[in-house]
Ligand binder design. Structure first.
Ligand SMILES: NC(=O)c1ccc[n+]([C@@H]2O[C@H](COP(=O)([O-])OP(=O)(O)OC[C@H]3O[C@@H](n4cnc5c(N)ncnc54)[C@H](OP(=O)(O)O)[C@@H]3O)[C@@H](O)[C@H]2O)c1
Length: 342
């Protein structure tokens, strides 16, 4: 029996999966399936995982045009809905890619994702990165776009106005940000007519971003955590020698042992109990990840132990989005608390 078949045999009642309530009152499943194949998992494999994951109980899928698989996922969604799962039971996110920030491109790009996914509306549409800097898929870490720009708030707000228009048009139910920082988000909150419903950010036990996490929550924004288990399959370009792995941390290993579960499941439990929505990618272990959200919670002591192993280790540094040759990735993340000047 292959893993996909095994996964499918034992569904988890999706009514048992925890949910979160957004500022709008909408309910969103507290775990989603990531769909970025990290340049080595094919679109067909990801789409197959989406289809079987829905049969297993997933209702939330984190997509993006740049992942290059929305058409295949669209076919999977069609099959899912034909199987009897209603559109309104699903939560589908997509993202605007960096080369589509132009005022004439936002609505067209969203329409393209809708067409590829075979949907009439998205539950959530995110601005994938706050920079309009294009890089070709799979490019080297030293690659720079010749017309790369820093964060320019005025330009971001032009893009955001179009995101707001998408809500007015009924094409998307919520809009949100991704890969932001506190100072950038402060400006967006000041100027937005429709505030971001969620902020998608890297979050795992070795990168907990406590200050940013608190800021997001205090502003009524739901944190969605990417790379929740430390992205063991991430592309080579996203690896540096300093990177650490939460699933190899002795504290996580000990907790996993005492619960009789995989260290990845500990990361998922921690994420859900802390209050972020993890979106683990998986084509093999998605059932185990979903099951991690149901029952057998971590104790308060275990939660405190995990809070103490934060290493401030950002894995997705975003080097390809830098706008100057001699810059270090820290410039993208406003490390001193103010927006890095051009
Ligand atoms: N907004 C953004 O800019 C942004 C950036 C990065 C990622 N994302 C989103 O976040 C999602 C998740 O991030 P990610 O894929 O980088 O990292 P991740 O979810 O932390 O790690 C995925 C990897 O972990 C393995 N895995 C998953 N569950 C496992 C388990 N229970 N036991 C053992 N191995 C397990 C998967 O292998 P198998 O496939 O073999 O199970 C896969 O190789 C992406 O797919 C994407 O949707 C968004």
């Amino acid at each position: 029996m292959n893993l996909a078949t095994e996964n499918a045999l034992t569904p988890i009642n999706s009514d048992l999966i925890p949910q979160r309530t957004l500022a709008s009152g909408a309910r969103i499943p507290a775990i989603g399936l990531g769909t970025f194949g990290s340049d080595h998992v094919s679109a067909a494999e990801v789409a197959e995982a989406v289809k079987v994951a829905a049969a297993v109980g997933y209702r939330h899928f984190d997509c993006a045009s740049v992942y290059g698989n929305e058409r295949e996922i669209g076919a999977a969604l069609e099959a899912i809905m034909k199987s009897g799962i209603k559109r309104e039971e699903l939560w589908i996110t997509s993202k605007l890619w960096n080369d589509k920030h132009g005022e004439d491109d936002v609505i067209a790009s969203c329409r393209q994702s809708l067409a590829d996914l075979g949907l009439e509306y998205l539950d959530l549409y995110l601005v994938h990165w706050p920079f309009p800097n294009f890089h070709p898929p799979g490019c080297d870490v030293s690659s720079r776009s010749p017309d790369a720009k820093p964060y320019i708030h005025e330009n971001y707000m032009k893009t955001w106005r179009k995101m707001e228009e998408l809500v007015d048009m009924g094409l998307v139910r919520h809009i949100g940000t991704s890969n932001m920082t506190i100072p950038k988000l402060q400006m967006v909150l000041r100027d937005a007519r429709i505030k971001p419903a969620v902020n998608e950010m890297e979050l795992h036990p070795h990168f907990q971003q406590p200050e940013f996490f608190q800021f997001v929550v205090e502003n009524g924004i739901q944190p969605v955590g990417y790379c929740p288990i430390g992205s063991p399959g991430r592309p080579e370009r996203d690896r540096t020698p300093e990177d650490t792995s939460p699933t190899q941390d002795p504290v996580i290993l000990n907790i996993a042992k005492s619960h009789g579960i995989h260290p990845a499941s500990v990361c998922i439990k921690w994420a859900v109990q802390r209050g972020q929505i993890p979106i683990p990618f998986s084509i093999h272990h998605y059932r185990a990840n979903l099951e991690s959200t149901v029952g057998d919670p971590l104790t308060d002591k275990e939660m405190r132990q995990i809070a103490a192993i934060d290493r401030n280790c950002r894995l997705i540094k975003g080097q390809v989005f830098l706008w100057k040759e001699d810059q270090s990735w820290e410039a993208l993340w406003d490390m001193d608390g103010s927006i890095t000047p051009p």
